[in-house]
Design a protein around this ligand. Structure first.
Ligand code: ATP
Ligand code: MG
Length: 140
């Protein structure tokens, strides 16, 4: 089986979407291998999202991701990376409501930034991101 890193972002956690999301996760055949609630600080978010550091939305993203605690999870199933991305829906939650109404972002997110959940975008990212949060765990 494959592993991916999922994050329920501050709006998801504070909006009480956690139980709903976890139910969906298990309905779709993922198992939660690790989970941890963390309050991220600026430096940690900047490191995690380093690839976006030159983007116009970077400082806003850092503010959003430090605005409250997040739930970080390692999810496992066959094809976990792509399947979790599909289940999350598109980045822009406001569009997701129209094009992917059953997706998690459609149900829990708000817009392009406040989109409630994160998922690794490749197996390589998954490996980096899982190590980032859970040191000794790595996919495959
Ligand atoms: P996808 O890769 O499908 O676009 P993602 O969650 O990986 O989804 P990224 O483009 O990697 O999105 O961006 C990381 C995060 O930064 C997004 O999930 C979102 O919270 C925020 N973000 C992305 N684009 C914007 C934007 N144009 N304006 C504000 N915030 C954004
Ligand atoms: Mg991404």
């Amino acid at each position: 089986a494959q592993r991916t890193l999922a994050i329920i972002k501050p709006d998801g956690l504070l909006g009480n979407y956690t139980d709903d999301i976890k139910r969906t996760v298990s309905e779709y055949g993922f198992s939660i291998v690790e989970e941890q609630i963390v309050q991220l600080d600026e430096a940690t978010v900047k490191r995690f999202y380093a690839e976006h550091s030159s983007k116009s939305f970077f400082s806003s993203l850092v503010k959003y991701m430090t605005s409250g605690p997040v739930l970080v999870m390692v999810l496992e199933k066959d094809n976990a990376v792509a399947d979790w991305r599909a289940l999350m829906g598109p980045t822009d939650a406001s569009k997701a409501k129209i094009t992917h109404p059953r997706s998690i972002r459609a149900k829990c997110g708000l817009d392009t930034e406040k989109n409630c959940v994160h998922g690794s975008d490749s197996t390589k990212s998954a490996q980096r991101e899982i190590l980032f949060f859970f040191d000794e765990l790595a996919p495959d």
